[in-house]
Ligand binder design. Structure first.
Ligand SMILES: [Zn+2]
Length: 307
């Protein structure tokens, strides 16, 4: 088995949105310790670099960046879920840098995970839902600008629809976005409907698959298999997977009913993918390390160690 590449930085821990915010826990650090103790997956850690302002501006407006900076200095909120101060802003730059590195490693066909990322609620001109900068949109644009890639497919499996990613790529014919999420009539962000298919040159490049609250593994995997089949023939230079584990039945925010074992099955479905960058995104339950581990076992083809 190829060694797993993990992108991480202690600077990620600065991305702490406060005591009562679900993103405040040290999910990433705990997971690294867990992976080490568990011992079944050989891995190497790559230090995430800090992104620059010119990176940020590949997917965000200058006006938004100025607004974020001002909000950070004043310690105010971008929206009620998204407070920002100088510390969290610093963390956000490292998450973006980490995702850029993650995509670059994936392009070399490494098996690679950035253990925080997929900030899909942030759009070109707004921050929302714990997300300040849209790291994967920035990373895609950066590799495109450097001429390393042209076409990309983004699979977003977070329980929430990524309205930011949708907005950024809505008219872009080079990025196919596929999102399976809870019916937006029943969950934040209230958008991500199946009729939202893109616009202009990007028409047909935005695929939303909303599923009802209470969705079980069977229904979920059927939807996933169907969309993977549907998009298989689309040639992209690389793929990005946003693995939200807030689809788990015990999640505090989501309303799906996936089992722990479902994440191994999801991982298995991506095992044969080449040039895949995996971003560990949303998840708000005590089970997070187990769920991420399950995914990795399926993805890497490692026998299961967790019950
Ligand atoms: Zn989510």
């Amino acid at each position: 088995m190829k060694e797993l590449q993990i992108v991480y930085s202690n600077n990620y821990l600065k991305y702490d949105l406060g005591e009562d915010n679900p993103i405040s826990r040290d999910k990433t650090g705990k997971f690294l310790r867990f992976l080490k103790e568990e011992g079944s997956i050989p891995f190497r850690v790559h230090e995430a670099p800090k992104a620059t302002d010119s990176d940020i501006l590949l997917a965000h407006t200058e006006r938004y960046l100025n607004r974020v900076r001002q909000a950070a200095i004043n310690g105010v909120e971008l929206d009620p879920d998204t407070p920002v101060n100088l510390e969290t802003l610093e963390g956000a730059y490292y998450i973006v840098g980490g995702t850029i590195l993650c995509l670059s490693l994936a392009l070399e066909d490494q098996r690679v995970v950035n253990i925080i990322g997929g900030m899909h609620h942030s759009g070109s001109y707004f921050g929302s839902g714990f997300c300040i900068f849209n790291d994967h949109a920035i990373a895609i644009r950066k590799l495109q600008k450097e001429g390393k890639i042209e076409k990309v497919t983004v699979y977003d499996l977070d329980v929430h629809a990524g309205q930011g990613t949708q907005e950024i790529f809505y008219e872009d014919p080079t990025v196919l976005t596929v999102s399976i999420h809870q019916d937006p009539n029943t969950l934040y962000p209230g958008t991500g409907f199946d009729w939202q298919r893109g616009r202009g040159a990007g028409l047909g490049m935005n695929i939303n698959i909303p599923l009802p609250p209470g969705t079980t593994e069977e229904i979920y995997l059927e939807a996933l298999d169907s969309v993977l089949e549907q998009t298989r023939s689309y040639t992209s230079d690389m793929r990005v997977l946003l693995l939200g584990v807030d689809t788990y039945k015990g999640d505090l925010l989501g309303g799906f009913r996936l089992e722990q074992e479902s994440f191994r099955k999801i991982g298995e479905r991506f095992r044969d993918f080449h040039k895949l960058a995996v971003l560990f995104g949303g998840g708000y339950s005590r089970k997070i390390p187990d769920l991420w581990m399950k995914f990795l076992e399926g993805y890497l083809g490692v026998p299961s160690h967790i019950v």
